[in-house]
Design a protein around this ligand. Structure first.
Ligand code: NDP
Length: 503
């Protein structure tokens, strides 16, 4: 184990540097909050100014490259991110120590980022081909090209829960389409994103990728409201998303907001259930200790299968090993921070006080650690939960799940849609036609069939929310188009395409 204190810097205009004020802040291990893991630079408004100006200055040259050139850069970055196995292992260990999540998950995030750069690079040809509209006998007498242009400086704001995967849902997309960026990782998980972003930034012309760490209270508005920022792509909570939208509105800056979710899963009476399905439900709910926007957060089960689901799910939860994410046998680490732990434990206390059947599962090999002040909570089920409980109505973003019964498909759809959230959902059935029919009635941006969560997500498809779960889409082709403006160019019929055809 590498116990040396880490120290990370910000990166502006091709150079790593300390914050303008020289200030840093501490990051501590959520499994043992007395353990200092390292220090990250505490940027101030002057650093924001420098980062945005550097990105603005780098924009014309980066935007002038072809999509093919930029795609090639993305592929180089993907290769560099995984080139040095020892360095990847070191970053994975530091990631677990600063974040809490288990090693298998930090390794997965580190490798997924490169995959996302490769996936995005594959869209280069599609972006390069303009739509062409010639004159037709019925239509207007024009030749028109519809092309795409990058917006300019993109501010990318990332939360702590899946900082690298979420970075991969916005950074390669912004770069391929020709934008330059300023990234703001979350305060609670800043060091490994900084080390990773440094690798990326050093492979690009100076100013194309800049990043600043610190507290959004100090630098958030300065970044989002900067007059040279031409698009904001934010992932985080609903209250902050709403604030970001207000600040961006001052300059009419477009925003993409990926916000919270309260994903419903509907298990229909004909679902194929067994240990494999229960393990998928478990992972869809409790991976990363439940701190995933697209985690399963409300489980609605047809009454004829309810007991079977409760027994099977409980068995899967009982196999959980809760403890220090650095240990090989641990399958669930701590919650990332004290505030988030309190949200979860308050929900559990409220359910208990209301007389609900609350079951805490899983094994705790190291009770001294578990009860020693770390932000731990075992996987917890609230059975036959009343719809009025906070654990049903609000996003838990932690290891607790309510399970409810329904008697008819229509009722399940209504209960699933009875929420201000609308991020993801899932339908569990053996009947594909029924699955799609039910999915199309759910108010959610993504529906998984017979699975739930990040491991069952197709990165080629757009991702985002209905209702208060967000505005716009990340991932897929649509996620790239969000970083572009469309530009129509029209001439008299025969002028453009005759000339183009003869070139
Ligand atoms: P927050 O909204 O508190 O923070 C998210 C990011 O925004 C952090 O980088 C934070 O910086 C920054 N931020 C905070 N205030 C401002 C501001 N005024 N201007 C600009 N940036 C700001 O969310 P959490 O970090 O607590 O993340 C958890 C939430 O994110 C959950 O609700 C979850 O559902 C949601 N989420 C949604 C996802 C999706 O794809 N829909 C994916 C993952 C999470 P700092 O750390 O310095 O405060």
């Amino acid at each position: 184990m590498n116990e040396a204190l880490a120290e990370t810097k910000i990166f502006i205009d091709g150079e790593p540097r300390s914050a303008e004020s020289g200030a840093t802040y501490e990051l501590r291990n959520p499994a043992r909050p007395t353990e200092l893991v390292g220090h990250a630079a505490l940027a101030s408004k002057g650093d924001v100014e420098d980062a945005v100006n550097a990105a603005h200055a780098a924009f014309p040259a980066w935007a002038a490259l072809s999509y093919a050139n930029r795609a090639e850069k993305l592929r180089e970055i993907a290769a560099a991110l995984s080139a040095d196995e020892q360095a990847v292992a070191h970053r994975s260990e530091l990631f677990t120590r600063e974040h809490g999540k288990i090693r298998r998950e930090t390794m997965l995030e580190l490798s997924r980022l490169g995959d996302r750069f490769m996936q995005v690079a594959a869209f280069a040809d599609r972006l390069a081909s303009n739509e062409e509209l010639g004159p037709s006998s019925m239509g207007p007498p024009f030749d028109t090209i519809i092309t795409r242009q990058p917006r300019g400086v993109a501010a990318l704001i990332v939360p702590w829960n899946w900082p690298l995967s979420i970075l991969g849902a916005k950074l390669p997309q912004a770069l391929l389409s020709g934008n330059t960026v300023v990234v703001k990782p979350a305060q609670n998980s800043a060091m490994v994103p900084s080390l990773t972003l440094k690798i990326i930034a050093e492979l690009l012309p100076k100013g194309v990728v800049n990043f600043i760490t610190g507290s959004a209270r100090e630098i958030g508005d300065a970044l989002v409201g900067h007059r040279l920022v031409r698009t904001v792509n934010f992932t985080g909570s609903i209250p902050v998303g709403r604030h970001v939208m207000r600040v961006a509105a001052e300059n009419l800056t477009p925003v993409t907001l990926e916000l919270g979710g309260n994903d419903a899963a509907i298990v229909l009476e004909d679902a194929e259930l067994g240990p494999e399905a229960f393990q998928k439900m478990y992972l869809g709910t409790f991976s990363s200790s439940g701190q995933i926007c697209m985690a399963l957060k409300r489980l609605y089960v047809h009454e004829s299968r309810y007991d079977e689901v409760v027994d099977g799910f409980r068995a899967a939860c009982d196999r959980a090993v809760v403890g220090d994410g650095l240990l090989q046998d641990t399958t669930m680490g701590p919650v990332n921070n004290a505030g988030q732990l309190k949200v979860v434990t308050d929900m559990i206390s409220e359910a208990r006080a209301a007389g609900a059947d609350v079951v805490e599962c899983g094994q705790i090999p190291d009770e001294e650690l578990y009860f020693g002040g770390g932000y731990f909570q075992r996987p917890t089920l609230v059975l036959d939960a009343d719809q009025s409980l906070t654990v049903v109505k609000d996003e838990q973003f932690g290891p607790v799940l309510p399970i409810m019964k329904f008697s008819a498909e229509e009722q399940a759809i209504q209960m699933a849609n009875n929420s201000d959230f609308g991020l993801c959902s899932s339908v569990w059935t053996q009947d594909a036609e029924r699955a799609v029919r039910v999915a199309q009635r759910l108010e959610a941006g993504y529906t998984y069939l017979n699975n739930h969560g990040p491991m069952s997500q197709d990165g080629r498809a757009p991702f985002g929310g209905f209702k208060m779960s967000g505005v716009g889409r990340n991932l897929g082709y649509e996620g790239i188009l969000g970083f572009t403006e469309s530009h129509s160019i029209t001439g008299p019929g025969g002028f453009l395409f005759k000339n183009l055809d003869t070139q």
